[in-house]
Write a protein that binds this ligand. Structure first.
Ligand code: ADE
Length: 249
């Protein structure tokens, strides 16, 4: 059975959107993964098809009701559903490649997209949702965040990327798995507007190219994302066997 994505949203018309094009879209057409967008409003039974209400305690905006969200989850997921249920929210844990890898390796995802001020916390907890954020900014809803998460997962599904690209990722990339930003890339012409490509890349010395790229990756990571370097050090420290000689004084 191929990797399955179910999206619970008030705007099912937003899907597949960009996921219907390019690599993800071709993967969809070839049945390497599937996508179903379900309208949360479909489960309502009242005349006004109400999905939200005002927040207890006061404040602006509207909150999605727990009974409505729970019914939408129940309708989309049979008892014993193996797929994790992810709620996209700026309050969530930050999305990282390690989580993407884990989710892509499973049977698929059920994604809940919030709108308004959010979702009643009781149903988030009762359903054991994984709360995920795609970054420290606030979108007008979870739909674009769900697309980002899906795109990141889908490109890891076997067969979605070309063989060349996936092979390169797994065995040759200097930065994959190293928690470093990518080195800069250059292509023809070797000179453009008087600007020459770094000579080492034209040298044919594979070991020197690899060293140069590693240095570039480390430099740009230090400059732009020192948090990744300290994380790398934390990881190294966590994995290193405790040894008296290695302990700081
Ligand atoms: N919904 C609104 N903003 C979001 C964000 N940054 N990440 C995930 N879901 C969101």
């Amino acid at each position: 059975m191929s990797w399955r994505a179910t999206i619970l949203t008030l705007f099912p018309g937003m899907f597949p959107g960009p996921l219907g094009t390019s690599l993800a879209g071709r993967g969809l057409e070839r049945g390497l993964w599937s996508l179903e967008a379900r309208d949360i409003r479909e489960v309502t039974t009242d005349r006004h098809r109400t999905v939200d209400d005002t927040p207890f305690g006061g404040g602006a905006g509207m909150v999605l009701r727990p009974d409505v969200v729970d019914a939408a989850c129940a309708a989309a997921m049979p008892e014993g559903e193996a797929r994790p249920l992810v709620y996209l929210t700026p309050r969530g844990v930050p999305l990282r490649q390690s989580l993407v890898r884990e989710l892509a390796a499973g049977p698929g995802l059920v994604l809940l997209c919030g709108r308004y001020e959010g979702v009643d916390q009781r149903v988030i907890e009762a359903r054991g949702m994984i709360e995920v954020s795609i970054g420290d900014y606030v979108l007008s809803g979870g739909e674009l965040a769900a697309m980002v998460l899906l795109d990141a997962c889908v490109r890891l599904i076997p067969g979605v990327m070309g063989a060349a690209e996936s092979a390169e990722e797994e065995s040759f990339s200097a930065t994959e798995g190293a928690n470093l930003l990518e080195y800069p890339q250059y292509t023809r012409p070797a000179e453009w507007r008087g600007l020459r490509v770094p000579e080492v890349l034209l040298s044919g010395h594979h070991a020197e190219v690899a060293r140069w790229r590693r240095e570039q990756s480390e430099a740009v990571t230090r400059e732009r994302r020192p948090d990744l370097l300290s994380e790398q050090r934390r990881d190294a420290a966590a994995q290193a066997p405790l040894h008296p000689a290695a302990s700081p004084a």
